[in-house]
Design a protein around this ligand. Structure first.
Ligand SMILES: Cc1ncc(COP(=O)(O)O)c(C=O)c1O
Length: 377
């Protein structure tokens, strides 16, 4: 007999395959029109139990640290791109056997590792275009004193003897295609002498091409003409765009307390299970909430941190202890940042397949918690 969601213990993540495929179909269209290759940014989403669904649509993975390279290589395949803000000699010894492309963050990193890896992979360099489209300073790669990428003023044309590609990443949740095209034009003009000598160029992630009503075709045509102009294979490194609006974090109301406001405490915490709610001060949205509801609550966490809350929301009826709530859009930069703070129970991970069946990708136990703190005999 098939299991239903009502039978599952909270907290858990539920990834919806049909919603994932909706995003992936848009990615496919973008590739078909533009000729770009797409590599999944594992920093955003690494839940490898879903990769069999994603693989047919994308070209490979990109990474931000040595273990992500290995995960992409082992579980996804296709092209494995390796980038890190800083590789040690040991990191490079592992990475060079797995990566098709290794992208360095600075001229000094390129110099340090060039001899070790040039015969293994196509090498690239991250460039800082000093332009960006990012809502928050914390996530803005072009912020003052940024360490992310090399500025044009430090480059010499001879760099193209050492690298075959450049990587620019300067967008964060950019829904404005014209703003993106303006940056693309800036790159085309500022770096044209380099671009014409390169084989490939990655324009990073942060382009929200799966957002409802995003002018996908306009983006695709701009990328196509850029690639033709500079005779380059273009890549994008989407993370959020691939998994946006696919996943709920499902929690239960454990207690309701009163302190001038009604406060519903749930069996999860932003600090442990939805960190970006805290870091970027972006409240969660709740499926069961209703804008005009007459019953307002703070949806608060089970952690000890005084300010740890998911959001404030109104409901049509008073919340009940034991009631489940669905925190929407909880996959990106969430499942990759889970931690065991306070010894809270780790959310299980489920995958709702197209046929409606629910696959368990993993559940976690006390032993998993203990193993993060020391050797478990
Ligand atoms: C270098 C690089 N590539 C790709 C991404 C993925 O961005 P997004 O998930 O917004 O598409 C990021 C995000 O920080 C990044 O730093």
């Amino acid at each position: 007999m098939q299991r239903t969601a009502a039978q599952l213990n909270t907290p858990y993540f539920m990834i919806d395959e049909s919603k994932l495929i909706c995003n992936l179909e848009k990615a496919k269209k973008l590739k078909e029109i533009s000729g770009v290759k797409l590599v999944l940014a594992l920093k955003c989403f690494s839940t490898f139990g879903t990769f069999a669904t994603i693989k047919p649509y994308l070209d490979g993975t990109t990474s931000s640290g040595p273990y992500e390279v290995k995960l992409g290589y082992e579980t996804f395949g296709g092209e494995t791109h390796a980038y890190s803000v800083g590789y040690s000699k040991d990191d490079i010894e592992d990475v060079k056997y797995m990566a098709d492309k290794i992208i360095f963050n600075s001229l000094s990193q390129l110099d340090a590792h060039f001899d070790t890896c040039q015969q293994y992979a196509s090498l690239g360099l991250r460039i800082n275009p000093e332009r960006s489209h990012a809502g928050q300073d914390l996530a803005d790669p072009a912020r003052p004193y940024s360490r992310l990428g090399v500025k044009a003023s430090l480059l010499e044309l001879s760099i193209t003897d050492k690298v075959e590609g450049f990587m620019f990443h300067m967008n964060c949740e950019n829904k404005d295609v014209d703003a993106f095209i303006a940056i693309l034009d800036h790159i085309s003009t500022t770096f044209s002498s380099y671009l014409d000598k390169l084989k490939w160029l990655s324009l990073g992630g942060g382009i929200f091409f799966t957002y409802p009503n995003y002018p996908l075709e306009k983006l695709a045509l701009a990328l196509k003409s850029f690639a033709q102009k500079h005779q380059l294979q273009l890549y994008l490194e989407p993370g959020e765009a691939i998994i946006t609006r696919t996943t709920d974090l499902v929690v239960s109301v454990i207690d309701i307390v009163d302190n001038e406001k009604k406060i519903a405490i749930v069996d999860s915490a932003t600090e442990a299970h939805r960190l970006d709610t805290l870091i970027y001060n972006e409240p969660a949205s709740i499926k069961e909430a209703s804008e005009k509801g007459k019953y307002p609550y703070v949806i608060a966490s089970c952690s000890c941190l005084a300010g740890d809350q998911f959001c404030e929301a109104q409901f049509d009826r008073p919340l009940q202890i034991g009631q489940k709530l669905h925190l929407l859009d909880s996959a990106g930069y969430t499942m990759v940042k889970l931690n065991w703070f306070n010894g809270l129970k780790m959310p299980s991970i489920y995958f709702k397949r197209i046929d409606g069946s629910i696959e368990t990708l993993n559940t976690f136990s006390y032993q998993d918690f203990k193993a993060t703190l020391g050797k478990v005999e």
